[in-house]
Write a protein that binds this ligand. Structure first.
Ligand SMILES: [Zn+2]
Length: 340
């Protein structure tokens, strides 16, 4: 019998369960802790390969069974954080699942066969936009596949408790809606201890990817004050929201524990500021597509996923500058060219 080992660390009474994933981030971290007599788990891990075996053997190593866990709070919709939520609920029907309203709506939408057509249409819409931003028709086809492929790793699980921004749960935990990396992303803040569970909103070494969201029309309608064309603006505002809480320690979904939250937040903001300046200087009197710009910044030999990530990163910055009237856009031969 193979044994499945994962790394378990204890930090200030909080258990970090660190399990490897086949992506660039290398590890996903779940957190298990006791609060006011209840066992709380942050995130549910990845529904792929032998991950579930690794997770259950980690519980065993902690002398905890899934039956002992009272609550599981999901930070966001990505498969490495929400993947096993349905399985956990099946193993322990008393487990109460918490997720943000948006995460729940998107999960329901992406996992329902009835919506496959709408999902495809929305993905097609994004691909068509990206073709205008400079990718080829073939790459566009693959983008549609990408957006319709990932939901296959998601399984619907109705949450027991739907949370919203600034909700207080279990007396001491405050839910902070932090859109940017994912539309429904939340951080969980222990007000007493000033610990923050940041999901993918704040990581120790990389600046989190700013997402392009595929969102059903009913949700876009419900959140019509949200500027889907300027996600970087929302992400930066979400960083300030966290900074204002003055967290003492950040427990992120990947990489290392962050003991200097304020400095780390400043570094991430600085990174974006520099990137905005670099982009402005490259496109000064030099109209180019967002895709070309992403190749200048990140190189041309990226694989499909990474070149898409690079494009969406650059796009986040361009749209931010555009919203401030700091760049101009012209359309030429079906492509958008940016310059300033
Ligand atoms: Zn993640």
């Amino acid at each position: 019998m193979p044994t499945y080992k994962s790394e378990i660390n204890e930090i200030e009474g909080i258990y970090q369960i660190k399990i490897d994933v086949p992506f660039a981030v290398k590890f996903v971290c779940l957190y298990l802790f006791k609060l006011n007599g209840k066992n709380i788990l942050i995130d549910s891990g990845l529904n792929m390969g032998n991950w579930k075996k690794k997770l259950f053997s980690a519980f065993e190593e902690l002398n905890t069974s899934i039956q002992d866990i009272d609550y599981c709070i999901i930070t966001h919709l990505h498969t490495d954080h929400i993947g096993l939520v349905r399985l956990l609920k099946q193993k322990n029907p008393n487990l109460q699942i918490l997720m943000h309203d948006i995460t729940h709506e998107l999960l329901k939408w992406e996992t329902s066969d009835d919506n496959l057509k709408e999902l495809e249409q929305e993905a097609r819409g994004i691909a068509d936009q990206l073709i205008k931003y400079g990718i080829s028709e073939e790459q566009g086809e693959r983008i549609v596949k990408f957006f319709t492929y990932w939901p296959k790793f998601l399984q619907y699980q109705k949450p027991d408790i739907i949370v919203h921004d600034r909700d207080i749960v279990f007396e001491d935990l405050e839910i902070i809606w932090t859109p940017g990396h994912s539309f429904g992303h939340i951080c969980i803040f222990d007000k007493n201890k000033k610990y923050l569970f940041s999901g993918d909103h704040i990581l120790s070494r990389i600046t989190p990817h700013i997402g392009n969201f595929v969102v059903p029309s009913h949700l876009a309608e419900q959140y019509k004050d949200y500027d889907f064309n300027n996600i970087l603006k929302h992400y930066l505002a979400s960083l300030d929201k966290i900074d204002n809480l003055s967290p003492k320690i950040i427990f992120p979904g990947h990489q290392e524990i962050i003991y200097n939250p304020h400095e780390r937040i400043l570094q991430i903001k600085e990174h974006h500021k520099n990137r905005l300046a670099e982009i402005s200087s490259v496109i000064k009197d030099n109209p180019i597509t967002a895709y070309k710009l992403s190749q200048i910044h990140f190189g041309e030999d990226l694989d499909e996923i990474n070149s898409y990530m690079a494009l969406s990163e650059v796009l986040g910055h361009l749209l931010y500058l555009q919203a401030q009237d700091k760049v101009k856009k012209i359309e030429k031969n079906g492509k958008f060219l940016y310059y300033c």
